[in-house]
Design a binder for this molecule. Sequence first.
Ligand SMILES: *Cc1c(COP(=O)(O)O)cnc(C)c1O
Length: 390
Amino acid sequence: MYKLMTPGPTSVSKNVLEARAKSFRNPDVDEKFVEEYKKLCLKISELLGTKNETFILGGEGILGLEVACASLIERGDKVLVIENGIFGKGFADFVEMYGGEVTLYSDDYKSDIDVEKLKTYLKANHDFKIATVVHGDTPSGVLNNVDEITKALKQYDILTIVDSVSTLFGDKVSLDNIDILCGGSQKVISAPPGLTLNIVSDKAKEVINNRKTSIASFYANLKVFFNYYEEKWFPYTMPISDINGLAVAIENIANENSSNENSSNENHELSNKMDTYARHQMIASATRNALTAAGLKLYLNKGYANTVTAFEVPSGITAKAIIDTVRDDFDIQITGSFGVFAGKLIRIGHMGNNANKADMEALMDALDKTFEKLGVKLAKSLKENFNKEF
Ligand SMILES: *Cc1c(COP(=O)(O)O)cnc(C)c1O
């Protein structure tokens, strides 16, 4: 089986796989499950430094984005869609699907959103109920300063939906001004795809509870979860094995981020010295420096996420040739990009368990040899320059 170095799904630790393989309770009738679910939700909120309530829903990351839109938006609501990438722009489809009126605010795809420019725009245009924005837009690897962006939006009492699916626990985010934050199991958290997280403010709950119209979905609906704990009841059978796996994946992160010197995540040789954020930062910076030193061109001018790096396909060869050679000759799966970036970019997912020195070094070595095989002369060895950083 090849090594997974894609920007999601990421590689999954043995202890997570084992937790998913165990026999399980009936989550519909066993109240212990409700307690375990609640405990895990509290743990996630605590690790993110927020009192906002976490809900874990059965469904891939995209479900979380749709749930947030379906639950907050009523027909005719004005929604500002702030975008500088494919996922950012994609929010417009969900907004329209649930009757919202989209105003698209677009910025340069090659860098993070210019917060000062956005603030100037908001001064003149702030008649919005809701705004959407992406923390890390994975197809280009851009990281937006959502702390500042959501702070600016809150000055006008605009509700904020943030997609942090590809960055949660890899790049730090403050939940202080976020009404619904969306995350997924299969990126930094390093559990298999299948679960989505919605982390919800009291304000968002109040707005949802006071809707004039009912939510036009049962499955993409946060309201049906609000009283699960009091009622000991979930709107549908919860995917308990997925949740058991998630609990162990979150425990791995908690251990790594705990200040206890003896605790470390056995999956990362770097982690006894740092938390998940510092580990991602170090691996990402070494990756960017190695690519640049080798003469490859990063797609972005600035605003780099620490969970994924995109570089341009050198002229004369194709993205497919690079990806296929790395997989067929070296058993490592990386990926290209899609939409407007299709065929132009190669992406390395150094997120979650992928963000470790040994696997990244193996990938850098594979890329050195792949470029040589494809007739592309690099200015310097990727592997050597990657290692210089440690
Ligand atoms: C992965 C990801 C999602 C979830 O979508 P899939 O394409 O179905 O994996 C949502 N938003 C962002 C930014 C992502 O990276």
